[in-house]
Design a protein around this ligand. Structure first.
Ligand code: SDX
Length: 426
């Protein structure tokens, strides 16, 4: 990563007469950033709850323009990638910086296939859980368990070790996710199939049984692949910055990914897709929408419209547009006319014409339509955030690798202390 060079200066004038000059670093796209490192010498911190105005790091992987509703992966718009490339194309792009040619993609896929299987010991890991354990709890454990199997990370050539870690995670997350599902329904685990696409293999491991041939539906396969792409990476969101925070102290990378899975689980983040479908089911019919819109606007009611709003997007989430189109494709292919889609579309129409949502620039986000597609495919609600984690793994790994390109600087924020001053036991 080229060193950052200040292009502008900022002057901080304090009412006690102090004047502090600060560097301003220029981004290639989007906001510039004021460097505040020297404030500590002045006995000052910045305070930015939720880090809404703080650049955690320098990165060249993904760019988001929240006002314009733009999402670029290494410069390519998300809709172009989602409609014209596969998830493995996008994963290669995020990890290596360029889209793969045919040969490179073939070699990348072959390498991933060779790492699809997990150690047979993992079947014992699953047997330690209740059948009704939440799959995200199991995935947190399974990702950490990978750290128990792969710790040669430290003694290999770092570049080679990083490559192998990336491949192992991309390859094994679908296998572990499908094992979570099979275990929860008491069905046998299905082994990966090298001849299938990445998404096709996942669908096979999820829905095939040893008793009969399983044919992947190409429309569902494409939709599944597109869902992985739409979740691949998203700048410094809560789970990605969690991965960076944990990775900054240098632990095993699989443990870092486990931190990302834990953060993603929350209903304010990746857990919103599960919460959104439950909300749509609770609303049930179009005539009940006004009641829920009123609740979302009521400050005394903790209810929020799940799948709506975003910390960065103050415009339509570009992923939600692709997801909505994919939703129509899948429901048409399967001949499903779920009332949930009618409720979702009417909810979107009403909310986008309501001053409360317009003033706060609240639009549907990536989680608003994804649950309807996943439910139509036959994926249980409890697995929705696992699907998100599956797609996001490459984004976490790409950020983990980018962080490791720089000398390790541990993430160690400070605080505004408002507790007792020193006192002594009487
Ligand atoms: C993801 O960061 C990422 O990039 C995340 C993600 C990714 O790919 O990694 O894009 C994936 O997590 C998408 C977001 C999924 N979460 C949800 O859909 C849950 C519902 N959304 C909200 O919880 C909320 O919108 C957040 C958490 C997403 C964003 O919250 P912010 O930016 O902290 O907004 P805020 O809480 O400051 O709200 C601003 C105002 C408040 O009203 P006022 O106090 O100004 O009167 O908007 C209101 C909020 O009450 N508001 C909502 C709302 N979201 C915000 N009101 C009703 N319904 C909502 N969903």
């Amino acid at each position: 990563m080229p060193a950052l060079h200040p292009t502008l200066k900022a002057e901080l004038h304090l009412s006690d007469g102090r004047k502090i000059e600060l560097p301003v670093y220029q981004s290639h796209l989007g906001f510039d950033a004021i460097g505040v490192e020297k404030l500590q010498k002045e006995q000052l911190f910045t305070f930015d709850q939720g880090l809404t105005s703080t650049a955690l790091c320098e990165s060249s992987i993904t760019y988001i323009d929240g006002d314009q509703g733009i999402l670029l992966h290494r410069g390519y718009p998300i809709d172009e990638l989602a409609f014209n490339k596969t998830y493995l194309d996008v994963a290669y792009l995020l990890l290596k910086g360029e889209l793969p040619n045919e040969e490179e993609l073939k070699a990348f896929k072959a390498e991933i296939c060779s790492h699809y299987m997990v150690n047979e010991q993992f079947t014992r890991l699953f047997q330690g859980f209740r059948r009704d354990s939440h799959p995200m709890a199991v995935m947190c454990a399974a990702s950490s368990a990978l750290a128990a199997f792969y710790h040669e990370y430290y003694d290999e050539d770092p570049e080679k070790a990083h490559d192998k870690t990336a491949i192992r995670l991309l390859a094994k997350m679908p296998t572990l996710a499908a094992m979570c599902y099979k275990y929860s329904i008491g069905r046998p685990f299905m082994y990966p199939q090298y001849h299938l696409s990445y998404a096709g293999n996942f669908l096979y491991m999820m829905f095939a049984t040893p008793c009969e041939p399983y044919v992947v539906n190409p429309v569902i396969e494409r939709a599944m692949d597109r869902i992985f792409t739409l979740h691949a990476d998203h700048e410094q969101n809560a789970s990605t910055s969690a991965v960076r925070g944990v990775a900054s102290s240098g632990p095993n990378p699989f443990a870092c990914i486990s931190a990302g899975i834990a953060s993603l689980w929350g209903p304010a983040h990746g857990g919103a897709n599960e919460a959104c479908i439950k909300m749509l089911e609770e609303i049930g019919t179009v005539d009940r929408i006004p009641e829920f819109i009123a609740r979302a606007k009521d400050k005394n009611d903790p209810f929020r419209l799940m799948g709506f709003g975003h910390r960065v997007y103050k415009n339509y989430d570009p992923r939600a547009k692709v997801m909505r189109e994919t939703c129509h494709e899948v429901l048409k292919e399967l001949g499903i006319n779920t009332p949930l889609l009618q409720v979702a579309m009417e909810l979107e129409r009403i909310a986008l014409s309501d001053p409360y949502f317009i003033e706060r620039k609240l639009y549907p986000n990536v989680d608003f339509y994804s649950g309807i597609i996943l439910q139509a495919i036959g994926i249980p609600t409890s697995m929705f955030t696992v699907i998100f984690a599956l797609g996001r793994t490459v984004g976490w790994v790409a950020n983990w690798r980018e962080l490791n390109e720089e000398p390790m600087k541990i993430v160690r924020p400070r605080q505004i202390y408002t507790g007792h001053t020193e006192r002594h036991i009487k």
